[in-house]
Design a protein around this ligand. Sequence first.
Ligand code: PLP
Length: 399
Amino acid sequence: MKFKPANKIQDLQYFGEFGGVNPSISDSSTYTFLSAKTMFDTFEGNADGCYLYSRHTSPSNLYLGEALAEMEGTETANVAGSGMGAITPVLLQLCGAGDHIVSSRTIYGGTYAFLKNFTPKLNINTTFVDITKLDVVENAITENTKVLYCESVSNPLLEVADIKGLAALAKKHNLKLVVDNTFSPLSIAPAQLGADVVVHSLTKFINGSSDTVGGVVCGTQQFIDDLRNVNDGACMLLGSTMDSLRASSILKNMRTLHIRMKQHSMNAMYLAEKFEADGLKTVYPGLASHPSHELFTSMMNEEYGYGGMLTIDVGSLTKANELMELMQNKNLGYLAVSLGFYKTLFSAPGSSTSSEIPEDEQEQMGLTDGLIRFSIGLDNDIERTYEVMKDCMKQVGVL
Ligand code: PLP
């Protein structure tokens, strides 16, 4: 049967104390026990339904985790204090000294910096590859490789990973395929295509209101139990826990994710088609000109579209800055990093979210100075938005 992630979120039923339609928020860092034995059993992970201490887990975090696991179709999930707070423990849980990772070279700058500069201190080394070339990926695998890492749609170049192909490689070489699905929630469901672990920055589309950071790891019960193990679990011991109040507010926002993603995608598709027709160098997975358009189409849950992210290249950083400042002045959106907000957000990744990547490597991967990354908002009147954007583009001379 077709995987229907929004139905699965909709069908969850939680009640609060006193019959509240939202689950009660567990506003406690610690929990009492009537018997010392149950406390011991809970600490050892052998007393289901009991809570000990909110860094381990809390009812509010479990509710949110369950909704995210339903969305990705995994056995369970563990929420974290940020996207990086989800990604880094996963990699440290799966790899130890001497191990090797094969990663896409176009990934979020923070993840890139972690793999390039931080994990080598622990003797975990990474080979960065063009993830769209399965033969190149396979050639980079060594006897020490433990993990294949990619983003379903990459930040900021919007390269699309062939998740089924990568999952087959992972299986063949006994590796874990870890996929960051931050850019394409609902549209793509990596675990359904064979990914072992799916991570998200909840900060973006899933929460959708740019009021918090958050992250999640979706995977098997065994893997999530390992991450939460009190003796050697990376989530447990590195301590990137989400606060219960936040978990509760993200859960409420998540219930409208399906409506928001449809609107983000519809607006982004409209603008991408217009920009391309105007002769701008436009990258959007929904355009037939995108090198992985067919691949995205073959993987997607159609009703959510090709997502809210697009890029244009206006030739130089100076022009990019001029255009972004003007668009902000015209109230078309904000010159800001991050994504998934109701307003359009735009930034030049080379000098912001991907600035951790050295310039020569940026050049190699096609990350140019004039690239503007747009997270297209929920505008009700996208035709009007386009007309004003076009005027801005004419004014700064990119059209
Ligand atoms: N993954 C992707 C694709 C991102 O774009 C980001 C942040 O921009 C992250 C992970 C990190 O998430 P957070 O900022 O919530 O730690």
